[in-house]
Design a protein around this ligand. Structure first.
Ligand SMILES: [Fe+2]
Length: 313
């Protein structure tokens, strides 16, 4: 199925394309959907403007075309939906840190479908980076090193150092987001199951590189991250209400820019189940058993779940 079926406009040089003249729904024609799927593998993130007809149910129906939708492992779904994660700035959450969604899960989502509901008059853009291109940009010797690195990813890390939010928001957020602790060991380079491309698996859920002292791990991660986030490797989207963005979560990282002050920003996301990453030498990611932790200092207020949305989803 070819791109020729689509009214497709690349947005940046190395990642991102806008597709026009398509009305997204669960009833999308097979040929069109197949062309969109191929386009996603090539461009890594696709944008569709003017999809105001989609409501929560419509977004979930469309998501089912892609595979099995999955709810966030710890954050409650939006009322009346099966899988939908709402990110509402009014509840304190802002994902202004580079990440790939849910990599603390051993089989993290293959893709995410994000719908803009309420968007600030200015600011609140999202930026995506191409992690396949980042791998290709590494000097050969660094590629070889990366091929053999593994990293520990977890949803239990130092949020305060990474997010700008107030104390109360941070506390509520931690209670919900880390209500269950997940840890997964992923190769730093995974082989994409559909394209065969090698992609870097990094982002803010990485706690450390395995087998390296913390200080060395930090240096190496910084070095590798710098290849992911250099501007040539990114695309930035100025949202309007009704826009839908879909990204290949196996080949991208993203960052929601927190530059809109007190304006409201509401977006809703459905993620599609992914498979367990495989390293270049054929080894699969591993979930670590995490003993039940007691977080006495945080163990207050059961209703936190209803008032909090994820910052770092
Ligand atoms: Fe995210």
């Amino acid at each position: 199925m070819s791109e020729a079926l689509l009214d497709l406009h690349p947005v940046a040089g190395r990642i991102g394309a806008e597709i026009r003249e398509v009305r997204l729904s669960g009833d999308l024609g097979k040929e069109t959907f197949s062309a969109i799927r191929q386009a996603l593998l090539k461009y890594k993130v696709l944008f569709f403007r003017g999809q105001q007809h989609l409501d929560d149910a419509g977004q979930e129906a469309f998501a089912k075309l892609w595979g099995n939708p999955v709810a966030h492992p710890t954050v409650p779904v939006r009322d009346g939906t099966g899988y939908l994660l709402e990110l509402d700035s009014a509840h304190g959450g802002r994902a202004n840190s580079w990440h790939t969604d849910v990599t603390f899960d051993v089989a993290y989502p293959q893709s995410s479908i994000l719908r803009a509901v309420e968007i600030p008059a200015y600011g609140g853009d999202t930026v995506w980076a191409n992690t396949a291109q980042a791998y290709l940009d590494l000097p050969p010797a660094l590629r070889q090193l990366a091929d053999n690195l593994w990293a520990l990813h977890t949803n239990d890390y130092d949020y305060a150092s990474r997010f700008n939010t107030n104390e109360a928001g941070l506390k509520r957020y931690r209670e919900v987001f880390t209500s269950t602790i997940y840890e997964a060991e992923h190769p730093v380079v995974r082989v994409h199951p559909e394209t065969g491309e090698r992609t870097l698996v990094l982002g803010h859920f990485v706690k450390k590189l395995l087998g390296y002292p913390t200080a060395d791990s930090e240096h190496l991660l910084k070095l590798l991250d710098s290849y992911v986030t250099r501007l040539e490797n990114t695309v930035r989207w100025r949202w309007s209400p009704g826009d839908v963005a879909i990204w290949d979560n196996r080949a991208t990282q993203h960052y929601a820019i927190n530059d809109y002050g007190d304006q409201r920003r509401v977006v809703r996301r459905v993620t599609i189940a992914g498979d367990v990453p495989v390293s270049v030498d054929g080894r699969r990611s591993v979930a670590r058993e995490v003993p039940e932790k007691t977080r006495a200092a945080d163990a207050t207020g059961k209703d936190a779940a209803t008032t909090t949305t994820a910052v770092a989803s």
